[in-house]
Design a protein around this ligand. Sequence first.
Ligand code: PPS
Length: 295
Amino acid sequence: MENMEDWNRRELVDIQGIPLFWGMAEEWSQIETFEARPDDLLIATYPKSGTTWVSEILDLIYNNGDTEKCKRDAIYNRVPFMEMIIPGVCNGVKDLEVMQSPRLVKTHLPVQLLPSSFWKNNCKVVYVARNAKDVVVSYYYFYQMAKLHPLPGTWEEFLEKFINGKVAFGSWYDHVKGWWEKRKDYRILFLFYEDMKENPKREIQKLLKFLEKDLPEETMNKIVYHTSFDVMKKNPSANYTTTPEWDMDHSVSPFMRKGVSGDWKNHFTIAQYEQFEADYQKKMKGSTLHFRAEI
Ligand code: PPS
């Protein structure tokens, strides 16, 4: 790819107050008018919260645990990223238009920016949330390796941007609270990364119940194994190593980085932790949404 410097590392552009990648902002009308289908399953997450993990699990569920079938293509083609548009390079809306139903659709959009057709069609949504401190660490490394993002600056600087919602897809706090509230009115299964780490089989059972599907015990065990961090890290159709280097540079930091809960402890200073927690209490005050920052 030539001229990648034209579209990499550009500043984010606000859409209704939410910083997004420039291509999304430029083509916002396409995203806004996206036509959901009643049997779409939407996978909604704030970035770095377990999107790829739950996507692989769901594709396996849809294919009755057939691991070979799930190697048919890279995860970003099996589960297209709806709003990912880089003009002339990629377009999630167009990819989904030509995809056969039932579709698995990925989004990082905050709830208020979701195309209204999802609500009109009463689509089912799986939302995965992860504790903020692990998200910001994971996001910091991702900003460095995935070159569509602006440069993150130092850890200290990036942490500040995250706290202030000045990162792609905006405030983590508003994102998780927004989707949490929405679950009261729509068919949204709200899962936590930490619960998936603690007991993946239990969370797969929740997914099956939500999808009104049954799978034999043996198939469930197979899905747990196939979607464990170590197995997914080695699977080229799940680990993003098939993306070109001008897009993601895994030598800077692999997409499948650590896959643990509590890595934030290796990054936050005591002062950063105290400042983060004080601000967190203010932003999350009154919410019934609670996270575990380690398991
Ligand atoms: S993205 O780019 O926003 O779609 O990223 P996302 O997939 O949401 O999150 C990436 C982080 O999830 C970790 N991951 C996993 N953890 C445990 N088990 C499995 N199977 C798994 N697959 C992906 C991945 O390593 C990223 O987290 P960090 O903390 O950076 O390792």
